[in-house]
Each structure stands twice: as C-alpha cells, then as structure tokens.
Design a protein around this ligand. Structure first.
Ligand code: GRF
Length: 194
C-alpha cells in the first residue's frame, strides 16, 4: 500500500478527487495534505476527509530554506508518492535533494504547450481548437517531466479562461486519480481521455 502526500495551495478540488479515489482495493492511501498557504480552503476539506494536514507558510522564508523543510516533512511523512495538486510553488534543486519519492503534478494545459501560468487564456489567445490538462512526473525543470496522462476538451467560440477552466477541471478530476492508481502500481502506461 503506497502512502501519498497531496500538496495544495488553494481550494483542493483535485486533492478531494484523489483522496476519494483511494479506497477499497486501490493500491494507495492519503497520509498527509500539506499547503504552503494556511488559508487554503482545501485544508478544511482534507480535515473533513479525516486526512492529517500540515501548513508550511512560504511567506517571509528564503526559497531554499522552505524547499529543504518541505522535503523533510514529506520524507518524515513516509509518503512514497507526492501528488502536487494546485500547488503554486516552483521547487528549487534543494527540494529534490531532500525528497526521493515519486512526484506527480497536474497542469492545466496540453503540455508541452503552455508551461507556467495563465494556460487557458494563452490557448484561447493562440486560437487553439482544444485545451486540456496533463499529469506528469515532476523533475527540476518546470512542467517538463514525462507525461503520464492527458485529457482534451474543445475550446468553444466565445470561451473565456473561466468557461474553459470549468470545462477542464472536471477532466482533471477524472484524469489524475486514474494516473495515480496506475503509478501506485508501478504502471507508467499513459492515460488519454477526451
Ligand atoms: C487546477 O486548474 C489545477 O490544474 C492547477 O490548479 C488549479 C486548482 O486546482 N494546478 P485545485 O482545485 O486546487 O485542485
């Protein structure tokens, strides 16, 4: 049974989907939800789900010190897998020196297109016909690790970043749990939805 730590910064809808998927004969269980923002709404949702929570406030902290402590907390939690889910921090090499488990992230674009922020607005601006989300393994280069899953949705005429996000987010909630389930079994066959 793999132990999973889920890292959030905001509402944690992906964390909820992941946590709810890890039941029954699923090969993993959530052991920790950690947020870099004490006010993150996802922390209350994690507590409602009975998952231990931690906050590690990044404000006023040198990046390297924050990253070293974050890695230490994850290592001490015993989590073999860290699932980043709306975790809005860029990790420095110090983090990777301190944590050796598996690491997954969900990004709201069809990587390698649109790494970084404002992905939906950029896809609309570029006149793309479709958008989506990607689950990938985390490596030191931002949003660049091996792709383990993607879900595609059409971009509709008149879409705003908000209406497009509303169409992509439910696909994130389908994609990420399926990728995590396979990853926890050592299966890296990519998942493609939509
Ligand atoms: C989602 O769009 C996710 O792709 C991005 O953060 C957004 C919020 O996620 N990484 P959540 O509701 O906090 O899981």
């Amino acid at each position: 049974m793999k132990r999973v730590a889920i890292l959030i910064s905001g509402g944690g809808s992906n964390m909820v989907s992941l946590a709810r998927s890890m039941t029954g004969d699923h090969p993993a269980r959530p052991v920790l939800v950690l947020s870099n923002r004490p006010e993150a709404g996802g922390l209350a949702k994690a507590r409602d789900l009975g998952i231990p929570t931690r906050t590690l406030d990044h404000r006023g902290r040198p990046r390297e010190e924050f990253d070293a402590e974050l890695a230490q907390i994850l290592t001490e939690s015993g989590a073999e897998i860290a699932a980043f889910a709306g975790f809005m921090r860029i990790l420095s090499p110090r983090f990777f020196e301190g944590y050796g488990g598996g690491m997954l992230n969900i990004h709201p674009s069809l990587l390698p297109k649109y790494p970084g922020l404002n992905t939906h607005a950029r896809a609309i601006e570029a006149g793309d016909q479709e958008a989506g989300c990607t689950v990938h393994e985390v490596i030191p280069e931002l949003d660049a690790g091996p792709i383990l899953g993607q879900a595609r949705v059409p971009i509709a005429l008149g879409d705003s970043a908000e209406t497009l996000a509303e169409r992509v987010l439910p696909m994130e909630h389908q994609l990420y749990p399926e990728v995590l389930r396979r990853y926890a079994m050592g299966d890296r066959t990519p998942v493609f939805l939509g």
